[in-house]
Design a protein around this ligand. Structure first.
Ligand code: NAD
Ligand code: MG
Length: 335
């Protein structure tokens, strides 16, 4: 692969570099099941590493995969992909994974968190790489089965053997990423932009926007069902249009009235103050402040996290939404 390129496709990848090697997939959740099954169907030798009591064991075995304990899989793998929850990775690395990683092995991640924020510091003789699909695991699996792929980011943190890049690219191709495009980046840029996106826009920004819009209408005395349809249900239709055609393409599909309201009122909701808040969120990610807070939350047993989960689940928008969605059963489990 040429060094000046930073986007790669299947034609740039050579899956034969994984021949004779065992790829251990640690975890069988959203990403784990998709990577394991896609790689197996790409002809790669895969073992899955799980806790002895994991409820996913039966699933993985039923899909024809060999399942071992995490430590045994880490030790058997020449390539070891860590698809465990980010907040558990450092502890599992120390207790179960590190001993099985020999010099010359390739240790992989699907997110830069543990490496970029210093939670895991692999020995110098180990190659360290990343393949981060830009989509949830069920899509990584479904698109692969349909002959398509989810675009991926790849990165190399350590290349002690001189073969890390070709192996990481082969892995990305094996899960289907090379059909859509694999962009090379760094652990730092992936980790920081991924956290920013989910906090400011995709998850934090979007859920708070929906919540605020819903509550504004309900407080003003409107039917909560109308508020739900306007502020949550229809968001998907608009986002689908942006996904397919960009912001202007979406605006072509809405009425002139909606487009005028969009361009004149949007900036009154997302103001300079919002942008200042976004810059602060980014700064806290870059400085490691957010990572420190999240690690401390986990060390304290996730008390605040669970409380916020419970509070969010009891909100009116969830109750109204639950009732309305039960009348539209086709909406659920579409994937
Ligand atoms: P997940 O929560 O869906 O699955 C985690 C797996 O780890 C499960 O098999 C679970 O049984 C196992 N597990 C959980 N706790 C454990 C413990 N204490 N000990 C041992 N095993 C345990 O996680 P995921 O969403 O697939 O995320 C895995 C990695 O992929 C993370 O680094 C994440 O950032 C990254 N990633 C996720 C997505 C996504 O859309 N979900 C997208 C890109 C990257
Ligand atoms: Mg090993």
């Amino acid at each position: 692969m040429a060094d000046d390129k930073d986007i790669f496709y299947d034609a740039d990848a050579d899956l034969s570099v994984l021949e004779g090697k065992t790829v251990a997939i640690l975890g069988y959740g959203s990403q784990g099941h998709a990577h394991a099954l896609n790689l197996k169907e790409s002809g790669v030798d895969v073992v899955v590493g799980l806790r002895p009591d994991s409820s996913s064991r039966a699933d993985a075995e039923a899909q024809g995969l060999e399942v071992l304990d995490i430590a045994d899989a880490a030790s058997k793998g020449d390539v070891v992909m860590v698809l465990l929850p980010d907040e558990r990775q450092a502890e599992l690395w120390r207790e179960e994974i590190a001993d099985g990683i020999a010099d010359g092995d390739l240790l992989m991640f699907a997110h830069g968190f543990s490496i970029n924020f210093g939670q895991i510091d692999p020995p110098a003789g180990v190659d360290v790489g990343m393949v981060a699909p830009k989509g949830p695991g069920h899509l990584v699996r479904r698109q692969f089965e349909e002959g398509r792929g989810v675009p991926c980011l790849m990165a190399i943190h350590q290349d002690s053997t001189g073969t890390a890049r070709e192996k990481v690219l082969a892995y990305a191709s094996g899960i289907g990423g090379g059909r859509a495009g694999v962009i090379e980046t760094t652990f730092k840029d992936e980790a920081e932009t991924d956290l920013f996106g989910e906090q400011a826009v995709l998850c934090g920004g979007a859920t708070e926007l929906v919540q605020a819009g819903f509550e504004t209408l309900v407080e003003a005395g409107y039917d909560p069902r109308l508020a739900y349809f306007e502020c949550l249900h229809e968001l998907k239709l608009i986002v689908d249009l942006m996904y397919e055609q960009g912001i202007q393409g979406m605006r072509d599909s809405i009425s002139n009235t909606a487009e005028y309201g969009d361009m004149t009122r949007g900036p009154k909701v997302i103001t300079e103050e919002t942008r200042v808040a976004m810059r602060k969120i980014l700064a806290d990610i870059q400085s490691g402040e957010f990572a420190k807070e999240w690690i401390a939350e986990n060390e304290a047993g996730q008390e605040n996290f669970q409380r916020m989960r419970d509070e969010a689940a009891s909100k009116q928008v969830e109750q109204v939404g639950g009732e309305l969605r039960s009348m539209m059963p086709w909406i659920q489990n579409k994937d």
